[in-house]
Write a protein that binds this ligand. Sequence first.
Ligand SMILES: Nc1ncnc2c1ncn2[C@@H]1O[C@H](COP(=O)(O)OP(=O)(O)O)[C@@H](O)[C@H]1O
Ligand SMILES: [Mg+2]
Length: 236
Amino acid sequence: MCQRRSGSGVTEQLEMLRFVNVFKSYQTAFGETPVLHNVSMAVEQGEFCALTGPSGSGKTTVMNLAGLLDRPDAGTIEIGGADTSNLEDGAAARLRNLTIGFVFQSFHLLPRLSILDNVALPLLYRGVSRADSRLQAMVALDRVGLSNRVRHRPDEISGGQRQRVAIARAIVGRPSILLADEPTGNLDSRTADEMLSLFSDLNRELNVTTVIVTHDLGIASRCGRQIAMLDGKIVF
Ligand SMILES: Nc1ncnc2c1ncn2[C@@H]1O[C@H](COP(=O)(O)OP(=O)(O)O)[C@@H](O)[C@H]1O
Ligand SMILES: [Mg+2]
């Protein structure tokens, strides 16, 4: 869907995610805090990228904008070649539900729901029946190695398992883009390594464009490309 043929008949990659001259500030009690300064970058369809940089450099802000959880003050964000600037909130939420899977550092699972229902939720929002949502949630949980924990609640499993649940929830809807904000930040190094292998396998199996925020250089070096940020700018 995101490939095009050039005149020569050679298949080129299309950019799946593109920032063009993006600016973002936050309003605080002390006034306006500029955070992103003229950020431009592109991630090609199927790429596996690390987004690195020191704390406070703007990585989470970039991910929230890419995931349509927030809007830029200026500039454009394109997803699958389409500009998202003029989407109303409802349309942005639908596009997010259909194309983006998001994994947060602190998991963001709903504590009262079973693991199965946490994973099924994005499909229910999409209008899929409860039975079908649960069936597809089972498949996603099986893929991340958790099919024997589906009736548990999030506080009854380990941090690494919760992160796997969050990954299952992110992929259950077959997104084109998988965004993970420091998904290994709360995990010990062995679990973090396993998690990165899982992301890498999913990237290939599902051909899902993947961006992982990390400040672990070992993790970043295992990604296909590194995008580095400093003080709200892309430095390489
Ligand atoms: N909601 C917010 N309100 C005010 N300032 C914020 C908010 N979110 C982030 N910031 C500020 O924006 C800068 C970049 O933050 P962030 O994108 O979270 O960076 P990173 O993820 O690289 O640590 C920081 O200086 C942070 O304090
Ligand atoms: Mg952050």
